[in-house]
Write a new protein. Structure first.
Length: 229
C-alpha cells in the first residue's frame, strides 16, 4: 500500500458545496424578504470568494468573514434595515442542513474505509461543517475531523495538516497525503507541511505544485492503494 493516511478536503472534494451553498443562500434570501435573482446571487458569490481568498492570505478571520460577507451584500442591495448578524446566523443554519455529496464520494470513502486512516481537513465554519457532517452518510467512517475555525488557522497554514496527522497518529510524513480541489488552500497546505498531495481536478486543470493530479475517485484509489487497489 502506497499510503497509510489520507487527509481529504470536504467542500467540492467530497461534498457538493456549490449545490449546498445555492440552496442555503436562496433559503436565507427568501426568509429575509430579499430578492433571489441571479444578480443578487452573483454579487454574494463575488463578495464571499474575495473574503475567503483574503482569509487564506491571513488578511481576515473566520468570525469576521461570516458577518462581513452579508454586511457587504446588504450594502450592495441598499438594505440597511436588515442586520448582517441576523442574516449570517440564518445562512449558517440553512447551510448546515445541506449535506449534498459529489457523485461517487460515498463509494470512495467506503472503498478506503478500514484500509487507510482518513482525516477530513476543512476550511470551514464549525457549526456549519458539524451540522452537515451530522447528516452525512460517511461521517462515521472518518478517523478524524479537523475544521479550521476550531483550530484557529486555515489552510494553507501547515498547522491544519499537523493537527490532522497528530489525530491520526501519523509519525512518518511519507505515509501521508492530502487530497483537495484548491490550488490556493489544499495543495499549498500539503507543501508547507512537507507531505505529498493529490490535486482533485474534475475540470481538466493540472498543477505543477501537486505531487499528483487526479480527475476522479477511481484514479485516487489507485494512487492511494497501489497494487492493492
Amino acid at each position: 500500500m502506497r499510503y497509510q493516511y489520507l487527509l481529504v478536503d470536504n467542500d467540492n472534494t467530497l461534498m457538493d458545496f456549490n449545490e449546498a451553498e445555492r440552496k442555503a443562500l436562496l433559503d436565507t434570501l427568501k426568509e429575509a424578504g430579499l430578492t433571489t435573482d441571479e444578480a443578487t446571487c452573483t454579487a454574494y458569490h463575488h463578495i464571499n470568494d474575495a473574503l475567503w481568498k483574503a482569509l487564506e492570505r491571513g488578511e481576515t478571520t473566520q468570525p469576521l468573514l461570516k458577518v462581513e460577507r452579508f454586511r457587504q451584500l446588504l450594502a450592495h442591495l441598499e438594505r440597511p434595515d436588515i442586520e448582517p448578524e441576523t442574516l449570517s446566523a440564518a445562512y449558517a443554519a440553512n447551510l448546515g442542513s445541506h449535506a449534498d455529496l459529489l457523485p461517487g464520494a460515498l463509494e470512495f470513502i467506503d472503498a478506503l474505509h478500514g484500509r487507510i486512516k482518513i482525516a477530513l481537513v476543512s476550511n470551514g465554519v464549525s457549526t456549519i461543517q458539524r451540522g452537515r457532517l451530522a447528516r452525512c452518510p460517511f461521517t462515521d467512517k472518518l478517523d478524524a475531523v479537523v475544521i479550521s475555525e476550531e483550530v484557529g488557522v486555515s489552510k494553507p497554514n501547515p498547522r491544519m495538516v499537523e493537527v490532522a496527522l497528530e489525530q491520526l497518529g501519523c509519525t512518518d510524513k511519507t505515509q501521508a497525503v492530502l487530497m483537495g480541489d484548491s490550488l490556493t488552500a489544499d495543495i499549498p497546505a500539503a507543501v508547507n507541511a512537507g507531505i505529498d498531495s493529490i490535486y482533485f481536478s474534475l475540470h481538466g486543470k493540472t498543477s505543477d505544485q501537486a505531487t499528483y493530479t487526479a480527475s476522479g475517485y477511481e484514479e485516487v484509489i489507485r494512487l492511494l492503494l497501489g497494487d492493492e487497489a
